[in-house]
Design a protein around this ligand. Structure first.
Ligand SMILES: [Zn+2]
Length: 502
């Protein structure tokens, strides 16, 4: 806090000096002081917030960037509050932070602390603050003891209506009268109401109340005496959705319970942008980025700043995705698959048999929304490290229609320039489930030559970021990467995303 007070004092001195000049001032204005507020709203379906009279959320969404995405589900972790808030706080997925349900058993906050703790470790001069009324978020250490001020209320005991008001008051006071660099406020009543009475009228009223509380926090920021020289990033997010209209969450499939969003206004987040490549892990990375704290690779964060777009070529297919053809459980309104590869990519379907489910005839390009509706509860939901559109070879779904019992298809990348005699580094995200005699092979071909297998999967590789080093033969100038999935029937699947070649 002391450090910031000095900065504020300096800015006053500079402002005074500038005002004293009668000619055009040449002194550059001091850089605005960067600050972050993250507001967590438990169990908030964004679609219901849009329907509600929620002017503060509407205004943030209009002036900021909103990314909607889906959560994991069992067997990885329940779409519940323990895993959800742990993911938001730490910026890593449950297979790292270890929280699979509301017991918090297996938590790894020692290895993957919350973003406020990261800030304290990066620079103890940061003033950090958190206020919650789901008390376990403090008692379990989801938001840890290194945070300068932790305010804890007990919504389970006192009721979330009253406790949310206390959280709002305490946070507003800190924002207005204190000098936080980063603050987190948790509001819980939306979740309680949806559990008790579904996502109808009472839920809408709870959202509107919570939106007004968000408004109190935003007003407190604007009332700061130093506001004119501050650069605030506001983030709003939720830990999970609720099934619609009955309420409830925790499971698989897509019944709105797995829906989350990250809303970010300020810090280069484009007004009105609706990117398809954001994930819940991005909340922490976006806050750290705004405050100028670079993510150390050793932290193994899964997030990226919301303002940064993925360079994945598959995402460019989003606007051309189609509705279901043979799949029966996917609403016709959900457009989520194509066989048309991005420019420079190709798919070999020449060894695919007649028949089978059209959508999955060879490698297809799809989304979490579409693919996990094809069949829920088979870990398709847990391809965590894909973003936006990704490639899938799904012999399990293909085999659901007569003829689809023998799958053999190859996905080929564009030709990347390489240096003969050097080493090429191949990175990609993979989500592979093994069964029976199915085979998954990654191979490379230099200057159109024979395929050389560089990786073969014979066991599960779930939500994995791969990095392969390949020796480039002397004289080679180009390299194609191929993904062949074959010898596969009514078994499982292989998903690939975000190929990078260096
Ligand atoms: Zn809940």
């Amino acid at each position: 806090m002391r450090r910031r007070t000095r900065t504020a004092l300096l800015s006053l001195v500079l402002a005074g000096a500038a005002a004293a000049l009668t000619t055009t001032p040449v002194t550059a204005a001091p850089a605005p002081v960067k600050k972050v507020l993250v507001v967590g709203m438990d169990g908030l379906n964004w679609a219901k917030a849009v329907e509600a009279n929620a002017p503060n959320l509407d205004s943030l969404a209009a002036g900021g960037t909103l990314g909607e995405s889906l959560l994991y589900c069992p067997s990885l972790a329940a779409s519940s509050s323990g895993p959800g808030w742990s993911t938001i706080a730490t910026g890593v997925w449950p297979d790292k932070h270890g929280v699979q349900d509301n017991s918090f058993a297996g938590k790894r906050y020692d290895r993957y602390p919350d973003f406020l703790t990261r800030l304290e470790r990066a620079n103890s001069g940061f003033r950090t603050f958190s206020a919650v009324d789901w008390a376990v978020l403090h008692t379990q250490g989801t938001f840890g003891s290194a945070i300068d001020t932790r305010v804890t209320y007990d919504g389970d005991k006192d009721g979330y209506v009253a406790a949310d008001e206390k959280v709002t008051a305490a946070t507003a006071k800190e924002l207005r009268d204190g000098n936080p660099d980063a603050a987190f406020a948790y509001l819980g009543n939306t979740d309680v109401v949806a559990h008790a009475s579904g996502t109808g009228t009472r839920y809408r009223a709870a959202i509107e109340k919570q939106d007004a509380q968000l408004g109190q926090l935003l007003a407190a920021i604007k009332a700061r005496p130093t506001y004119s020289n501050e650069d605030w990033l506001i983030e709003v997010s939720t830990d999970h959705g609720h099934s619609n209209p009955g309420g409830g969450h925790g499971g698989c499939g897509v019944n709105d319970e797995r829906r989350t969003f990250v809303l970010a206004k300020g810090s280069g987040n484009a007004a009105g942008a609706r990117p398809i490549d954001t994930r819940l892990t991005d909340v922490a990375s976006t806050a750290l980025h705004h405050l100028g704290v670079a993510a150390d690779p050793a932290w193994q964060l899964d997030g990226k700043p919301v303002s940064v777009r993925s360079k994945d070529a598959f995402d460019g297919l989003y606007g051309s995705l189609s509705a279901r053809v043979d799949e029966t459980g996917i609403p016709a309104s959900v457009k989520g698959w194509t066989h048309t590869a991005p420019s420079g990519w190709s798919v070999d379907r020449s060894r695919m048999p007649a028949g089978g489910v059209t959508e999955w005839r060879g490698w297809s390009f799809t989304t979490d929304e579409f693919w996990s509706r094809a069949q829920g509860g088979q870990d398709r939901e847990n391809a965590l490290r894909t973003r936006g559109v990704f490639a899938v070879a799904d012999s399990d779904e293909f085999a659901d229609k007569t003829g689809g019992t023998s799958f053999d298809s190859t996905l080929a990348s564009p030709a990347y320039p390489v240096t003969g005699g050097g080493t090429a580094k191949i990175g990609y995200v993979t989500h592979y489930l093994q069964e029976g005699s199915q085979i998954a092979e990654v191979s490379v071909s230099f200057n159109g030559g024979a395929d050389q297998v560089v990786k073969k999967y014979t066991a599960d590789a779930r939500a994995t970021v791969e990095s392969l080093n390949v020796a480039v033969p002397a004289g080679a100038t180009s390299m194609v990467v191929k993904f062949r999935y074959y010898n596969a029937g009514n078994n499982w699947y292989w998903a690939i995303d975000d190929l990078k070649v260096e």
